[in-house]
Design a protein around this ligand. Structure first.
Ligand code: SF4
Ligand code: SF4
Length: 81
């Protein structure tokens, strides 16, 4: 069973709508709301914990908090043993 309690914190008040997080995400976690000009963190369960979105956000609007106890994350580590 995949147990994702992974959290991505997003602060819309800090966001300036630059799309960098949306462009950085290589999976389908982040969608773009063209009308609001803001990202939508829609498929958090698919997050690969790469931190790219947090890294590229120069406004500090995104914080990735992986659930290190989740099987999903442990499976990612297993492949590098
Ligand atoms: S990178 Fe940061 S400022 Fe730019 S759209 Fe994403 S959350 Fe907003
Ligand atoms: S941490 Fe990586 S995979 Fe997860 S939402 Fe951010 S860019 Fe996408």
């Amino acid at each position: 069973m995949i147990n994702t309690k992974h959290v991505i914190k997003y602060d819309p008040d800090k966001c300036v709508g630059c799309q960098q997080c949306y462009k950085a995400c290589f999976v389908d976690v982040i969608r773009w709301d063209a009308e609001a000009k803001k990202p939508i963190f829609k498929y958090v369960e698919d997050c690969e914990h790469c931190f790219y979105c947090q890294f590229v956000c120069k406004k500090g609007a995104v914080t990735v908090k992986p659930n290190y106890a989740s099987e999903h994350l442990m499976q990612s580590f297993e492949q590098y043993k």
